[in-house]
Design a protein around this ligand. Structure first.
Ligand code: UDP
Length: 239
């Protein structure tokens, strides 16, 4: 029997921390391999995948900004960090038989294709995973915002935000044992209840474009595939 995915094209947001595992810094090879196996399991369903990868495991502009470095300079360094993660992800995809292309918002042509929307769409149609590196290419922004932007640009059916938690809760479950997780919630409800889904810019863009966001736990084995098969997993934020 063939399993039919509920989304045809997705934008997966992987934070830098997701690649770090329990390490204090950098890219954990075993974690990277596991991520790619999760990704491969949905590529095999015929799902078209764009990925935005963060850089927080290597560099965070705001952190250095706070120590007196010029914020924009720190942010460009953060964007370069995402390029390294994207290259590692591409390499691991290829080792697992998954065709992948990195497209960078900053021009580093010896290393990655420049971001060209039309080319990205062509890669996607051909079943290649497209990894969007260097964020939006602009300082004072985040990779969450990049995920919303690229998600809207490629006409993704959903932005999948991979996190360490299972979904969005009524309250912080670490502080409030009675907190429960939402299966779904509207943008307006999330906003009114001050629930943190993505940063404000990313949230506003998704809301305006009617682009739903699914928050789910990437550390749970098989979770990504369950999301694609429409099984109960994570929290969906919708209009
Ligand atoms: N960044 C940026 N513009 C962007 C995306 C990212 O300036 O469009 C910088 C910013 O300094 C950020 C860093 O890159 O701190 C890494 O991205 P982010 O913190 O979003 O990564 P994550 O938390 O997902 O690992």
């Amino acid at each position: 029997e063939t399993l039919k995915p509920v989304y045809k094209r997705i934008l997966l947001k992987l934070s830098g921390e997701a690649l770090m595992g329990d390490d204090a810094f950098g890219i954990n090879r075993a974690v990277l391999q596991r991520m790619v196996e999760e990704i491969k399991s949905v590529v095999d369903l015929g799902v078209e995948i764009g990925i935005v990868v963060g850089g927080g495991n290597i560099f965070r502009g705001v952190a250095l900004g706070a120590t007196g470095m010029d914020r924009a300079t720190g942010d460009y360094m953060g964007m370069l960090a995402t390029v390294m993660n994207a290259m590692a992800l591409q390499d691991c995809c290829r080792n697992n038989g998954v065709e992948a292309r990195v497209q960078s918002a900053l021009h580093i042509e010896q290393v990655a294709e420049p971001y060209i929307r039309g080319k990205a769409l062509r890669h996607l149609r051909l079943g290649r995973v497209v990894i969007f590196a260097a964020g939006t290419g602009n300082p004072f922004m985040t990779t969450d915002t990049t995920a919303a932007l690229r998600g809207a640009e490629i006409g993704a059916d959903v932005v999948l935000k991979a996190t360490k938690v299972d979904g969005i809760y009524t309250n912080d479950p670490k502080k409030d044992p009675t907190a429960t997780m939402y299966d779904e919630i509207t943008f307006d409800h999330a906003l009114r209840s001050n629930l943190k889904v993505m940063d404000a810019t990313a949230f506003a863009l998704c809301r305006e474009q009617g682009l739903p966001i699914k928050v789910f736990n990437i550390n749970k084995k098989g979770a990504l595939k369950r999301v694609l098969l429409g099984e109960k997993e994570g929290t969906l934020v919708h209009c």
